[in-house]
Design a protein. Structure first.
Length: 628
């Protein structure tokens, strides 16, 4: 059985993008350090790459980067870092360094670890993070219902605005079924939100009572605010009941689960929610009226607010606040507000696509590929594709994206566009009122942001190049492309073992004037391998050595005809060797080169092309084209 030094779990409320971006970032950071890691993802399709009890037991530490419940009690007794999913994306190196430092406390030390089942989580984390995780647990379960129901209702309008009304001349039975079924789904929004907030706090007892309290909130017209309040109210009431009843004999555990918890929970939480419903209904109606009033009195201000909220964290809590408000208004028949929210969510990823289109070579090949993909993601209302661009330069990029989203939302409100579906992007254009104007509004905002991003990137690259060239001329450092030489790239190499590869690398270093001592090079590579294997995954190894006998920093690339055993992370043979030769005292150069190469190898497309390449020229050009 394979074991992992670090294990991790990632999850975001929507389970679409953040979850997998955090996974990729953590895996890339671990790969740079030569550390084994397995990341379990909690997405909309369920749990993927699930951690086994044996893997949990063998791991040295655990990183939880999630904004939803990931069953933390499996990790009782392990050293655990528990942070938001955004930190997993933005600070993977810091998290891995922290978990390796040995200064992380054990999670609920002294208690028994829960294997293969959910347990109540009491880790000492920020109260605000705990509240946010519970809220997002409700939102993540609510969103699929809202999206599915909203799209069903929206499609019914294609047969006519009143096509679902039996008394209307436009009546269509199929449209009636569509709207009725979609309406049922939309009406479940509040009970589902309430139930899964409570479930995050109090597990199964909270889920059961949460559904009932959520139905009370729905029937009394409290809206999604009532669902939120009811969820937290139910969760903490059930935790309180568990505390009060914990002194009962163990023989009564069955009675507690099937009788005492449900009856007492309904009685206490149900009555509490019933009496809270009147003020909550007033607050909900007041907030909706306040926001709706902006549509006519000040569409520019409303668009500015919605645009800034949607682009501020692109799928995070601020974005979700605007989105959930839009879905709540949508359920009440207000299709104007959601039009602006959708436009503001679609604009950021499209802006990154226009940025790489306008910025050209100022962006790396991987950034250009990601930007072009964002044209597709943005068109389907997936905002998270813009996050990697924002994460690299948040202080500059986020305000630019907020500007573009605000312009898109403002124009949408000025054009009086109506969008009856809460998701889908351009897929729902047939049911959008003033669809052409809506697309124009989004494109105007996205293009303005894209132009500003491209301009800023060009300035940044020009400045970096100037600084690097000055350092290069003074002998302080060398650019990565300076240590790549087509004469040091070899294809169709025959080698039967790792030792034979080292011997061939040493011969090349001597012949190409990289090193003055071939035997020392072999020993240098062997010494490094004894510390930990430099074999990565997918047939790639990155051996490196720092010696006095090395005359100049160089990278030698060898592609073997047959793979050799390298004790790689995935246990498979290695056939591509990217060897780094560093002069003594230039260890920082090695780390920089290793970082740059690792950035290329994190992209599957690059690895596939590297495996398919059959000439030195092709491999050399691949690296040069992808180095900024």
């Amino acid at each position: 059985m394979k074991t992992y030094k670090i294990i991790a779990a990632t999850g975001c409320p929507t389970g679409i993008a953040h979850t997998y971006m955090a996974q990729e970032a953590l895996e890339e950071a671990a790969k740079k350090r030569g550390i084994t890691i397995k990341v379990e993802t909690h997405g909309q399709e369920g749990i993927r790459n699930a951690l086994t009890d044996a893997e949990i037991e063998a791991a040295d530490g655990v990183i939880i980067a999630a904004d939803k419940d990931v069953n933390a009690d499996r990790f009782i007794g392990k050293t655990v870092i528990n942070v938001s999913v955004s930190k997993g994306i933005k600070e993977p190196d810091k998290l891995i360094d922290e978990i390796l430092s040995g200064n992380v406390p054990k999670y609920k030390d002294g208690q028994a670890r829960v294997q293969g089942q959910a347990g109540q989580s009491n880790q000492k984390t920020s109260i605000w993070h705990s509240i946010y995780v519970s809220l997002m647990n409700g939102v993540s379960h609510m969103l699929p219902l809202v999206v599915a129901g909203g799209v069903m209702v929206a499609i019914s309008f294609m047969f006519g605005i009143n096509s679902a009304d039996p008394k209307s001349p436009e009546y269509n039975q199929f449209a009636y079924y569509l709207k009725t079924i979609g309406g049922v789904s939309m009406n479940l929004m509040v009970p589902i939100l309430c139930a899964y907030i409570a479930e995050s706090i109090a597990k199964r007892p909270g889920l059961i009572i949460g559904f009932i309290v959520g139905m009370i909130a729905y029937m009394n017209g409290t809206g999604f605010l009532g669902g939120i309040v009811g969820g937290f109210l139910t969760g903490y009431i059930m935790v309180g009941l568990a505390y009060v009843l914990k002194g009962l004999p163990k023989q009564l555990d069955g009675l507690k689960a099937i009788f005492l918890f449900p009856v007492l929970g309904i009685f206490v939480a149900g009555f509490a929610m019933w009496f809270l419903s009147a003020p909550m209904e007033s607050i909900n109606k007041g907030m909706m009226s306040f926001l709706s009033g902006f549509q006519d009195s000040s569409p520019i201000l409303l668009g500015l607010i919605v645009g800034c909220m949607s682009a501020f964290d692109m799928g995070g809590p601020v974005n979700k606040a605007a989105y959930v408000t839009g879905t709540a208004l949508l359920a009440q028949g207000n299709y104007f507000f959601m039009a602006g929210v959708s436009a503001a969510c679609i604009a950021p990823p499209l802006a990154t696509g226009f940025a790489v289109l306008f910025g050209g070579k100022a962006y790396s090949a991987s950034d250009r590929s990601a930007g072009y993909v964002n044209f597709l993601l943005g068109s389907t209302h997936i905002t998270e594709g813009a996050i990697p661009f924002a994460a690299k330069k948040p202080i500059k990029v986020i305000p630019i994206l907020m500007l573009g989203s605000s312009i898109a939302a403002i124009l949408t409100y000025l054009f009086k566009v109506q969008v009856p579906a809460p998701h889908g992007g351009f897929i729902v254009l047939p049911i959008v009122t003033h669809a052409v104007l809506w697309v124009i509004a989004i494109l105007v905002g996205a293009i303005i942001s894209g132009l500003l991003m491209a301009w800023d990137q060009k300035r940044t690259v020009a400045k970096e190049q100037q600084t690097t060239e000055e350092k290069h001329e003074s002998g302080e450092t060398e650019k990565l492309d300076a240590v790549l030489d087509i004469q040091n790239i070899f294809c169709n190499v025959d080698a039967a073992s790792q030792q034979e590869v080292f011997l061939k690398l040493a011969e090349i270093s001597k012949e190409n004037d990289i090193s003055t001592n071939a035997e020392e090079v072999v020993k240098g590579f062997q010494t490094r391998e004894r510390l930990s294997s430099t074999g990565m995954e997918q047939g790639i190894a990155i051996p490196h050595t720092e010696l006095n006998s090395i005359r100049k920093a160089s990278i030698v690339i060898m592609k073997l005809n047959q793979g050799v055993d390298w004790n790689a992370l995935d246990g498979k043979p290695t056939n591509i060797i990217i060897a780094m030769f560093i002069p003594k005292g230039k260890g920082n150069d090695h780390l920089r080169y290793l970082s740059e190469v690792s950035k290329l190898l994190v992209h599957q497309e690059f690895i596939n092309r590297l495996q398919q390449a059959n000439s030195s020229e092709e491999i050399y050009q691949m690296f040069i084209d992808n180095i900024r």
